[in-house]
Design a protein around this ligand. Structure first.
Ligand SMILES: Nc1ncnc2c1ncn2[C@@H]1O[C@H](COP(=O)(O)OP(=O)(O)OP(=O)(O)O)[C@@H](O)[C@H]1O
Length: 254
């Protein structure tokens, strides 16, 4: 269980997260939704310790992230929203760096890389320069790096969008399998079809505030004849101003 308690994040005078309270359970896929600038990446960067909340705390299984940062980071596989990583390296060099950071045994690392490189179809590309890769290939390189140590917590910032259909299908299958093992999968997305397809639970952010947190099933049950897009836009969209009412309706379906 990951818990965000009264998390605020200020960038200068700009409030990116406002008193965010969220519990993220293991064994399910948790989706973060929200318009551009809603605060999804800020939540994710806070979870992976790239940034720290201005106020509030984050706990992993009851352990305060601020006090056990390194131990918790070792449990996390993180894919950033921008795959502009170490452009002058080759994938192999990048993965070696990650393997060294996680102190992976060479045999284990080689076997795992073999599986992941084959799955994500980067065979033969391992020693080319990342700078010459397409966006999707860079993203695959980063996903392989994130999964290399077999972390129990996956935190993926918009991981699907840049992938080809096969890789997107495979990554979604991996996410489902990981959650089915009782592990944690958190990801952000703008693609509502993807969210509907794989999320067990979601949080919708709007201008740094949580406007819905609950299961996808409960959210859809609030308006059974409407699409997720319609429901989402009513809550988070330009004209959405009745979020509190809809969220409480959703909660009554629990
Ligand atoms: N480094 C930064 N410095 C200043 N403001 C920032 C910084 N990073 C994010 N912000 C602001 O914080 C708010 C939330 O940004 P964030 O990147 O978390 O949104 P997001 O939901 O991930 O958006 P997107 O869907 O566009 O990726 C935005 O108003 C953004 O302008």
């Amino acid at each position: 269980m990951i818990e965000l308690k009264h998390v605020n994040k200020m960038y200068g005078q700009q409030a990116a997260l406002k008193d965010l309270n969220l519990s993220i359970k293991s064994g399910q896929i948790f989706g973060l939704l929200g318009h551009n600038g809603a605060g999804k990446s800020t939540v994710i960067k806070s979870l992976v310790s790239i940034i720290q909340p201005t106020h509030g705390s984050i706990e992993f299984d009851g352990v305060d992230l601020a006090t056990e940062r390194l131990a918790i980071k070792r449990r996390i596989g993180y894919v950033a929203d921008s795959p502009d990583i170490f452009l002058q390296l080759t994938p192999n060099e990048y993965w070696q760096l990650i393997g060294a950071a996680y102190e992976l045994a060479p045999d284990y690392q080689a076997k795992r890389l073999d599986e992941l490189v084959t799955l994500f179809d980067l065979n033969g590309k391992e020693n080319e320069t990342i700078a010459e890769f397409s966006h999707g290939m860079r993203e695959k390189t980063m996903i392989i790096g994130a999964l290399l140590s077999d972390p129990d917590i996956w935190i993926l910032d918009e991981p699907i969008q840049g992938l080809d259909p096969q890789a997107a299908f495979d990554l979604k299958a991996l996410m489902k399998a990981h959650a089915a093992k009782g592990k944690t999968v958190i990801f952000s997305t703008h693609v509502l079809d993807t969210a509907q397809e794989i999320c067990d639970e979601i949080a919708i952010l709007k201008k740094g505030e949580l406007i819905y947190n609950g299961t996808m099933t409960d959210l859809l049950a609030t308006q059974p004849t409407e699409s997720l897009e319609t429901i989402y836009l009513q809550m988070a969209g330009r004209h959405g101003n009745d979020a509190a009412t809809m969220a409480s309706e959703a909660l009554t379906h629990e």
